[in-house]
Design a protein around this ligand. Sequence first.
Ligand SMILES: [Zn+2]
Length: 136
Amino acid sequence: MDRISKVVRSKNMAAVRSTKNKSTEIKFLALLRSNKIRGWRRGSKIYGKPDFVLAKNKVAIFVDGCFWHGCKKHKTIPKQNSAFWTNKIRKNKERDKHVNNFLRKEGWKVLRVWEHQLKKPNEAQKVSIKLQNLLY
Ligand SMILES: [Zn+2]
C-alpha cells in the first residue's frame, strides 16, 4: 500500500511540475508577444538547450523554475531526502553557470528569467526591458 501511494505521489508531483513549467512558458510567450518580439524558436539544439532562442540576434533565453534552479528567494528543500535535493539543486546551479559561460564564450547573449519574475507585472516589466536591451 505504501508503494502504491508513493507511485501516486510521484505521479502527482510530475503533473504539478509539468503544469508549472507550462504556465511559466506561457507567461513568457505572452511577454514576447507584448514586446512584439518575433523570430524566436523553442526546442533549440544549441548547447544547454535554451528554452527560447533568437538566432538572428544570438540571444539564448532560459526560463528557470525557482525550485529546480535554486532561486534565492524561493528555494525550498523538501524535508524528505534533503541531502539529495540540496545536492541536486547545487548541481543544477553549477550547470547553469557552466552553460552561461560556454554560450557567452561562443558569442551568445544569455538571459535567464526566473519563474517568479513572470508572476509579478513589475518584475516582468524589468525582464522586458532587459530583453529589449539585448535585442536593440
Ligand atoms: Zn523565485
